[in-house]
Design a protein around this ligand. Sequence first.
Ligand code: NAI
Ligand code: MG
Length: 411
Amino acid sequence: ARKAFKSWSKLNPKERGKYIFRIARMIQERAREFAVIESLDGGKPIRESRDIDIPLAANHFFYYAGWADKLEYAFPNKTPQPLGVAGQIIPWNFPLLMAAWKIAPALACGNTVVLKPAETTSLTALKLAELIRDSGLPKGVVNIITGAGETGTEIVNHPDIDKIAFTGSTAIGKIIQKSIAGSKKKSTLELGGKGANIIFEDAAIDQAVEGIINAIFFNQGHVCCAGSRLFVQESVAEIVIEKLKERISTLIVGDPLDKNTDIGAINSKEQLNTINNYIKIGKKEGGEIYQAKCKVAKKGNWCPPTLFLNVSQSHTIVQEEIFGPVLAIQTFRTIDEVIEKANNTPFGLSAGVWTEKGSKIFKLTQELNAGVVWANTYNKFDPTSPFGGFKESGFGREGGLHGLEAYLKLK
Ligand code: NAI
Ligand code: MG
């Protein structure tokens, strides 16, 4: 990567853009294969791999291909220059998509890359390596290395690395930040979350219920920006909860490769244990559990869609990231009360607001301490939109114009 940086960073940016564009096209051409491998390897429903992960991954390459020769327009009066070799460590929840989020902007800015996928989901990253080799990208520009935490540590501490881009747990994010303190290395960290989804009495209730379901059960809840806390205004709480209970009983849990599956397999035995442990703690601390009864195969890592009622701010399952299909439900009376509660966790990544009133949307967008606030929708992603958190959810942005800044020094 260090050697390749010399010529890659000096290549005409227009040519860099063409390479990135070619990678995007090739992902599109092999989309079916990628989708099947992603679901087989990680457990997510094929509908999601096919309609969301893979097309979005291709779109990130398309989007950043376009920026390669326009960097000086993005940062007027400055001379944008690449950082060097980017060490990129990604998680198991959106394996190919996270690789795309990391690699595409790094290349557009003229950096080279050493990327490590998560140990439970390395296959699509390896397939991508194969594709990149076939695309004719100069050797050494993108390097993909498999391995677990120790391999990540090697990347973080290597003297030839100029930048660390990490997505994963807050615990490891903190370790990385400490390891590189005082060094030349730049970093962006995209860590955990505990997204608040807030539904007001004036919301379109059925639409909101669908949004709440998507917010927490998309990708088995293995989503850093999942809407894992629900706040329902008291006057509509009964009806919303009733509708949620009805709706989760229709969700199909099972074979990730079945087109009808809504909730696939939990990514690993370890993660299933983590989730089950949180469910135990939730019950022990007095939460009232409601689980859909679903038929699943005996073998496999399954977790039914789970609701927790009668929980409060101090409960562990309200404060900590579970990363599974578990929703903690609270009620509220006033807008100021819900803002305070929504902001009261160590995280600050995402939030959702459901109301027909524009004034409430504006107030909440201002006052919620979250990097992303969705209004009357949830889990909408697009390469043009920057994504990232506040507080212990990390720093730096990926996507959009701001995503370029993470891979440039501005002279
Ligand atoms: P993790 O943070 O340990 O793993 C993420 C990536 O970091 C993987 O590629 C892993 O191999 C690597 N890694 C692990 N230790 C490292 C180290 N010391 N130095 C450098 N790289 C290292 O996450 P894990 O253990 O798989 O999941 C634990 C919890 O973390 C989950 O239950 C969830 O709450 C949270 N998480 C959040 C993610 C997010 O998107 N924000 C993604 C994955 C996990
Ligand atoms: Mg870990």
